[in-house]
Write a protein that binds this ligand. Structure first.
Ligand SMILES: [Zn+2]
Length: 298
């Protein structure tokens, strides 16, 4: 219908780097299998902190040039994952990074947090109606960890999925399309505990000044909430690590560990986990799906 591959996956994220940390493995695997993998990033990540001292001048409180730089990092990360369709919601710079919760940047005109959800969602409806994905991946209502842009990305993605299916809504944005399955990014408690046990065992070999705590991992839930688990070949784990490394202003990767700007080591997960929140599960009762497209029609 749209000339695209039979299986189509859409991911909605807040900032460049979130996609590689949360879904790098999943994106690389499906892209290699020939599915259409599309990423919509809602902001350029202008308010992020900068890790390499040589690039510190890019920060919002200095040159305010981080957005353009992170656009390049995102492109490099997508090349590592084999993903060719990556876009910014409403075009690059349409919505600005809102900064951490409680900062004055939250309410600045143009910030994503201050955007009207329906107005922002209309941009995503257009993408959904163009690509007609069977599967949508985004955050839980808390955005995984309470960052305003992550919460807003959740709201916009869920609202757009609803509006895209409505026959009476904005036919100028394309023919209505109902997304078969909607997933939220999740991490099961047991995987977090196992990952941090690995960190403790590595002890002094961990190449970062400190160690994060399980509370620093977004989207952690009891294991029984997990409905899908994506495991992939070692080369896709390597692609995920390479994509994370491409976001050099935001992430430092070392072997099976990584750190954000707080310099605290976290485990790099070689599996990715999801909770199905809309659509019928493709696995048997109580079993986890191993394919996000399980049970959907091509
Ligand atoms: Zn983010």
């Amino acid at each position: 219908m749209n000339g695209l591959p039979a299986r189509r996956l859409l991911l909605v994220h807040a900032h460049p780097d979130d996609e590689s940390i949360n879904n790098g493995l999943t994106m690389a695997k499906y892209a290699a299998e020939g599915a259409h993998v599309a990423l919509v990033t809602c902001t350029l990540g202008e308010e992020g902190e900068v890790i390499p001292p040589s690039l510190a001048h890019l920060a919002a409180d200095r040159d305010d040039a981080l957005g353009a730089h992170r656009t390049g990092e995102l492109a490099a990360a997508m090349a590592e994952l084999g993903v060719t369709d990556h876009r910014f919601l409403g075009g690059p710079g349409r919505f600005r990074d809102s900064g951490m919760m409680g900062l004055p940047q939250n309410s600045r005109p143009g910030s994503f947090w201050s955007a009207d959800v329906d107005e922002a969602a209309a941009h995503l409806v257009e993408v959904i109606r163009e690509l007609r994905p069977q599967v949508l991946v985004t955050y839980d209502p808390d955005g995984g960890y309470g960052h305003p842009d992550h919460i807003q990305a959740h709201r916009v993605a869920m609202r757009a999925a609803e509006l895209a299916a409505e026959g009476a809504y904005r036919r100028d944005l394309g023919e209505p399309h109902r997304i078969g399955k909607v997933y939220w990014n999740r991490v099961p408690r047991s995987a977090v505990e196992e990952g941090f046990a690995r960190l403790r065992e590595a002890g002094e070999k961990v190449p970062f000044p400190g160690v994060a705590s399980p509370e620093d991992v977004p989207g952690v839930v009891p294991d029984e909430r997990i409905t899908a688990e994506i495991t992939a070949d070692e080369r896709f784990v390597a692609a995920k690590a390479a994509a994370m490394r491409a976001h050099a202003t935001q992430i430092a990767v070392d072997g099976p560990f990584f750190a954000l700007s707080n310099d605290l080591a976290q485990p790099l997960f070689a599996q990715e986990f999801y909770e199905l929140v809309q659509g019928a599960p493709g696995a048997g009762p109580g079993g986890r799906e191993h394919d996000l497209f399980a049970g959907v029609e091509a």
